[in-house]
Design a protein around this ligand. Structure first.
Ligand code: FEO
Ligand code: CA
Ligand code: CA
Ligand code: CA
Length: 588
């Protein structure tokens, strides 16, 4: 522990927490509580949580599993009402339901546990903890069966048509939703990431091998109850081409149809974060989280329109449907201490509505985006996770989580922007657009962090040489109101033996690079979706996959209910782990 930081969110940093601890650890001045847990009832007629008896009908009306992206949108002046928006990335059948439960009902329930949730929150006063409102009018669950509208040039193309959707314009569900972003026009973006795990598909069909699709039984087994997940069947061969997009959800209207934007390309989208320039230029930054895949930027062909008018709303809802799509090519210099820097180009794949990729049509570039980027010699990266511009400075932060295959066998060797072979701990790149313009086609970059134990060779903390908290596998990034960066991790237990964490990293001034730890999550969990309301003295995180290495008989985590062994769970509680949204507030 060090001394308290000077900011609206002053805290005494916590020390590293051992990976075996099953505790949610916060600074001494703070306390935590859950806002929503897996299975919490969202509507007036929602059944109570009961994992002993899986029910798809119940799960459709309850909070889903495994939250990654999170935002809390405060929507009244008093700061006492908000919309909680978060996704439900994936499920872990082995720890959720009894092994002998009815297989078909379990699979239906898992499908209902995926997707997205919008839930209204209230509290008595600003700065106090929130509670959710069961049955509130804007509460909504999106599942693996909710209709989505495809937008952009690939919508309606040959690649999108299936037996159920001959027009190629409506897809059921969103799957594998990882990080995301909230737009300046009030919608939520969410990245469809590991969609390949949901399909059985012909590996010889166009693009499938490049996206990790194969003809073995899928990880989740949905093809056993719904034929569209078996793309080896001719009727559904195109179904996997309808996943792997950025989806946009309007949380203000529970009846709105969510959309999948083909103009932003198809890959294992981690998320998307938008920056709007003074002249209204809209850019979205996006990572493809796979070893040796790429960093992308989308620049809308329209300009952002400020204000709440119907005209502004109609305009802004079209911003992500058409524009230029770029992929990053880095060049640069390696320095002895890994304070590397250099230049980069945004290489166009689509520009002014035309393909810039030889022998690929616009539709092909949008559906087989990885193939297009390969052809244009983009720089293979160490798994870009969250990529987010600072709204204070315009600089973009790219979390490269790790890549243990870097420099092994015939794989690419370390380069300036991916400076370590067998990169176990990951790094963070800071990118500055030329002229600080969102629509620039070139950029400068430097390394902000090369992660690891502070005394480990090759680590770099932006030149800061005082004590720092250990940090490994950076994943989600966020900013507080002062522009300070916050980084949450996914994988510290496997690399440095510590529980995953949320860290604070000043970007400017004397303390630039001084990493301090704010919290740690329970056993086997990853820290997701950090939301920093520093003016309000509160921090929110999504605790994803607690106890994931356990089993139904032997659970590995008891978070968040922590029901004592000799006590019966109270109504709505459970002994096993429940992915949850947690709020951390100042003790009064
Ligand atoms: Fe769902 Fe790339 O983490
Ligand atoms: Ca992630
Ligand atoms: Ca983020
Ligand atoms: Ca991750």
């Amino acid at each position: 522990a060090g001394k308290a930081t000077a900011s609206a969110l002053a805290f005494t940093p916590i020390g590293p927490v051992d990976a075996a601890e099953d505790a949610f650890v916060v600074p001494q001045e703070y306390e935590w509580s859950t806002i929503l847990r897996w299975g919490d009832p969202l509507f007036d007629d929602s059944p109570a949580f009961d994992p002993e008896n899986p029910s798809a009908e119940a799960q459709e009306k309850q909070f889903g599993y495994n939250n990654d992206y999170l935002d809390i949108l405060v929507d009244n002046e008093a700061g006492t009402h908000a919309l909680l928006c978060c996704n439900h990335e994936y499920t872990n059948r082995g720890i959720m339901f009894p092994p002998d439960a009815d297989e078909e009902e379990v699979l239906r329930t898992l499908m209902a546990a995926h997707g997205f949730a919008v839930v209204e929150l209230e509290r008595r006063r600003a700065g106090r903890p929130w509670r959710y409102i069961q049955g509130a009018p804007k509460n909504r669950r999106i599942t693996a069966n909710t209709p989505f509208e495809l937008t952009g040039a690939a919508a309606g193309s040959e690649w999108m048509k299936t037996a159920d959707d001959p027009e190629g314009r409506t897809v059921l569900g969103t799957l594998g939703n990882c990080a995301g972003g909230t737009t300046p026009w009030g919608t939520i973006l969410s990245g469809e990431e590991n969609f390949n795990g949901y399909f059985k598909a012909d590996p010889q069909a166009r693009g499938n091998a490049r996206y990790g699709l194969n003809d073995r039984d899928s990880v989740y087994g949905f093809e056993k109850i719904d034929p569209r997940f078996d793309a080896t069947d001719e009727d559904y061969r195109n179904e996997p081409y309808r996943f792997g997009y950025i989806v946009e959800i309007d949380p203000s209207d529970p009846t709105s149809t969510p959309r999948k934007h083909t103009a932003m390309g198809r890959f294992k989208h981690e998320g998307a974060n938008v920056r709007v320039d003074e002249d209204g230029t809209v850019a979205a930054y996006m990572g493809d989280d796979e070893r040796f895949d790429y960093l992308y930027k989308f620049v809308s062909s329209r300009k952002f329109m400020a204000g709440d008018s119907a005209e502004a709303k109609a305009n802004n809802m079209l911003l992500l449907t058409e524009g230029d799509l770029y992929v990053a090519r880095f060049s640069g210099r390696q320095r002895p201490d890994n304070a590397n820097l250099g230049r980069g180009m945004w290489v166009p794949l689509i520009k002014n509505g035309r393909s810039r990729v030889p022998q690929m049509s616009v539709e092909e570039v949008l559906v087989f985006t990885r193939e297009a980027a390969d052809k244009m010699r983009a720089t293979p990266m160490d798994r870009c996770e969250d990529v987010e511009p600072s709204l204070k400075t315009g600089k973009v932060y790219v979390a490269c989580t790790n890549n243990t295959n870097r420099g092994t066998g015939s794989n690419p060797d370390a380069d300036a922007a991916n400076p370590r072979n067998q990169n176990k701990e990951g790094h963070v790149i800071e990118l500055t657009e030329s002229g600080n313009k969102a629509g620039a086609t070139s950029f400068d970059w430097n390394i902000l962090l090369v992660c690891g134990m502070p005394d480990q060779a090759g680590t770099y903390f932006a030149g800061w040489d005082g004590p720092v908290a250990p940090i490994s596998c950076p994943d989600n990034v966020a900013f507080d109101s002062e522009g300070t960066l916050w980084i949450s991790t996914d994988g510290q237990p496997g690399t440095i033996g510590l529980a995953d964490a949320l860290h604070r990293v000043p970007l400017e001034g004397e303390e630039r690079g001084h990493v301090t730890q704010f919290l740690a999550v329970p056993r086997d969990a990853e820290t997701c979706g950090p939301v920093i309301h520093d003016q309000d003295g509160s921090v929110f995180v999504a605790v994803q996959h607690p106890g994931e290495d356990g089993s139904w008989e032997q659970q590995n985590s008891f978070f968040p209910d922590y029901v004592p062994a000799q006590q019966r769970p109270r109504r709505g509680e459970w002994r096993g782990p429940r992915p949850s949204v947690v709020q951390v507030t100042k003790i009064r």
